[in-house]
Design a protein around this ligand. Structure first.
Ligand code: SAM
Length: 220
């Protein structure tokens, strides 16, 4: 397996490389473990590092709404709802998938929809009812198109302090020059000063010690 350091670099407009200080072999093991991780008997495709980063973000942001793109089995939607409930707030979790799961939980609205056409499922009237602050997590197909679509859709819908997390930039054969990372770099170049990479989260476990390198973005 080639080390990341031998690959050409990709750099965000702020100068941050998308490379991780963690060895690729270690990060690959961390990521693959999420394929055999369960929460309340439901598969949750989150790795140990990023679950902890989400916990830090939930503490800081105290979101009342989580909008998740990519539900899979529903484990992460359930985890977000439980974490917010445990903190004493009433969560609203909207989780979108081409094929949503059938879990009955009044806190979670599983919605059929396409990351490439979010306006069709996330209508203005639906969004208007969602309590702030929002945490958006893009965890669908992990292509440039789906990541960029989510970034562009939420660009002017998030308010200062809210977050959008673009997942899995470090997964897949292209390593850090993956679709999600290229989308984040291009979006940040286009959006100017509206969004910032949260280095505190990205570097919590060492430089980009996350499956989502430079993927923790906050609206300024
Ligand atoms: C990595 S899984 C989501 C894992 C889940 N968030 C978790 O952490 O447990 C990706 C999901 O995205 C969905 N998906 C793929 N392309 C999509 C698209 N264009 N729009 C919406 N969902 C999509 C797939 O059906 C799959 O269920």
């Amino acid at each position: 397996m080639e080390e990341q350091s031998s690959k050409p670099d990709l750099v965000a407009p702020c100068g941050r490389s998308f490379k991780s200080s963690w060895p690729w072999e270690t990060m690959e093991k961390v990521g693959l473990a999420s394929f055999v991780t369960f929460y309340r008997d439901i598969h949750i495709y989150k790795d140990a590092l990023d679950l902890m980063l989400y916990m830090q973000l939930l503490e800081r942001l105290k979101p009342n709404t989580v909008i998740e793109i990519g539900s899979k089995s529903g484990g992460s939607a359930l985890w977000f709802a439980d974490m917010i409930s445990a903190a004493g707030r009433k969560p609203r979790v909207i989780s979108i998938d081409l094929e949503p799961p059938t879990i009955a939980d009044e806190r979670i609205y599983f919605l059929k929809g396409d990351a490439l056409d979010l306006g069709a499922s996330l209508t203005d009237s639906l969004l208007a009812d969602l309590p702030r602050p929002w945490l958006v997590t893009e965890d669908s197909a992990h292509t440039y198109e789906t990541s960029r679509s989510a970034l562009d859709f939420f660009d002017h819908r998030l308010v200062p302090g809210e977050f959008i997390v673009i997942e899995d930039g470090l997964a897949g054969e292209f390593y850090y020059k993956s679709g999600p990372n290229l989308a984040v770099a291009a979006f940040l170049a286009a959006s100017g000063a509206r969004y910032q990479i949260d280095a505190g989260l990205c570097d919590f476990f060492g430089y980009n010690g996350t499956i989502n390198p430079n993927g923790w973005l906050t609206r300024i």
